[in-house]
Ligand binder design. Structure first.
Ligand code: EPZ
Length: 417
């Protein structure tokens, strides 16, 4: 099994260009089956979640070709509406294939996407929204069977601004009969990106990024050639790594307003942040103050996908911090690994109380989920001595060439078999 060997204590200096956002590319892959014309998605990151989504599309009969960093998808021959459980288990977020499959085939069968390392992750909001559009849903032996004669536009309200449920509604309503008004929509930049993509295909979607999204059903969608929004979570992870290690890093391609609260928190830690267009520059002495409180919230609140990385930063800072995770039940599974490095963290339900110490020390660490694994790498980069990180498959889901990118800005780390 591969592992990362990280020697902490190096300052990070240089430039990193953010990849296209994982959490935009995945729904765009779903949307690509809404047309039988060719779709090109540019600059797709080489991460395993993307490869898994490509497998799902091929399973449905679509052709998916990787050409350098671009992906060409042709789904004229797509004919299957059922996603095998092996793939749904591998990629939980395949649940937003439901909306696209219903639009394309009027039917969809997927295995119930089980919970995962960060929480139960129910899909009740997805299913109740689809029912509003006229979908008949039966759950049997762990599978969800969806069917409808026709998708009819409707007024839908989400009790919680679920990103996936918002995307499923957009994908199911885009060619429905009539108009759909979605209230309580998620406002993440990746939702705005999906709107841009669908409209590039000839859809009539507006309001993404706000509370209310309006969708006028159209009869056909044509192909598109599209460059997705930059990955604000990947970019944020590298900014946090530089804050922890000290140094000067410029991250290109991501807009400051997409990670505004992270930048605010990093300034609270004592970092200098300069932003200009789609460039963010951080300067850090490496000696940081704790954030008094970090509370994860749906966008534009503090992103849950950066919670673990910021907890790692606060472990080796002056003072103490209260971290509250409001989105997922068990998104502190990485804490015992940080405690091996000397971190003083006490988890109580959805909160973690961090008492900062001058420095963590290296240890043998095991990644247990995507962002928790990234947090262990961040902690190891700033720690005294050498750390090892195993179970890298979690990290490979969402970070392309993490070791190469960090090495090129000064980190001392090696990926060894
Ligand atoms: C998306 O997951 C992201 N994944 C997650 O990123 C991200 O953490 C999350 O949004 C929140 O921002 C992708 O975009 C592929 P949700 P999603 O539906 O859509 C509850 C990463 O690390 N909920 O907004 O699954 C749910 O339990 C991943 O890149 C219901 O109760 O998130 C959770 O508490 C991890 N019922 C909250 O809403 C539902 O039907 C947020 O879930 C749906 C969700």
């Amino acid at each position: 099994m591969e592992k990362l060997i990280i020697e902490g204590g190096r300052r990070l200096t240089g430039v990193i260009r953010a990849e296209a956002a994982k959490n935009s590319v995945l729904p765009l892959f779903s949307a690509s089956i809404l047309t039988d014309r060719q779709v090109v998605i540019r600059g797709v990151p080489a991460i395993t979640d993307v490869l898994c989504m490509a497998k799902i599309l091929r399973e449905l009969g679509a052709s998916v070709r990787f050409c350098g960093g671009d992906v060409v998808i042709e789904s004229a021959d797509a004919c299957c509406h059922e996603i095998p459980s092996s793939l749904t288990r591998e990629l939980r977020s395949s649940v937003f294939m439901l909306g696209a499959l219903l639009t394309r085939f009027r039917r969809a069968v997927i295995a119930y996407p089980g919970g995962c390392d960060i929480g139960l992750r129910p899909i009740d909001l997805h299913l109740s929204a689809l029912k509003r559009l006229g979908v008949c849903i039966r759950e049997r032996e762990g599978y969800i069977h969806c069917s409808c004669d026709v998708l009819r536009g409707a007024e839908i309200t989400l009790d919680f601004p679920s990103v996936g449920a918002t995307e499923n509604v957009m994908l199911a309503a885009v060619m429905a009969e009539g108009r759909t008004v979605l209230e309580g929509a998620a406002k993440e930049p990746e939702i705005v990106d999906l709107q841009r993509f669908l409209n590039a295909m000839g859809a009539k979607v507006r309001g993404a990024g706000g509370d209310i999204i309006e969708i006028e059903g159209v009869s056909t969608l044509h192909g598109a050639d599209f460059s997705p929004v930059a990955d604000r979570i990947e970019a944020g992870t590298y900014l946090i790594a530089c804050a922890v290690c000290g140094g000067e890093l410029e991250v290109e391609g991501v807009r400051a307003e997409n990670i505004r609260l992270l930048l605010h928190k990093l300034r609270e830690n004592g970092c200098k942040i300069h932003t200009k267009n789609d460039k963010i520059r951080i300067e850090s002495s490496g000696r940081l103050r704790c954030n008094r409180r970090i509370e994860t919230m749906p966008f534009p609140g503090f992103p849950t996908d950066l919670q673990a990385q910021m907890t790692a930063l606060n472990c080796a800072a002056r003072g103490s911090a209260l971290i509250v995770e409001n989105l997922f039940e068990t998104r502190f599974k990485y804490v015992p690994e940080l405690q091996k490095m000397g971190a003083d963290i006490e988890v109580r339900g959805r909160s973690a109380i961090v008492r900062g110490i001058p420095r963590l020390h290296g240890a043998s660490l095991t990644a247990c989920d995507l962002r928790g694994g990234a947090a262990l790498v961040v902690a190891a980069l700033g720690a005294e001595g050498v750390s090892e990180v195993t179970e890298l498959s979690h990290i490979d889901r969402g970070y392309a060439d993490l070791a190469g990118k960090l090495s090129r800005i000064g980190a001392s780390l090696r990926r060894v078999p």
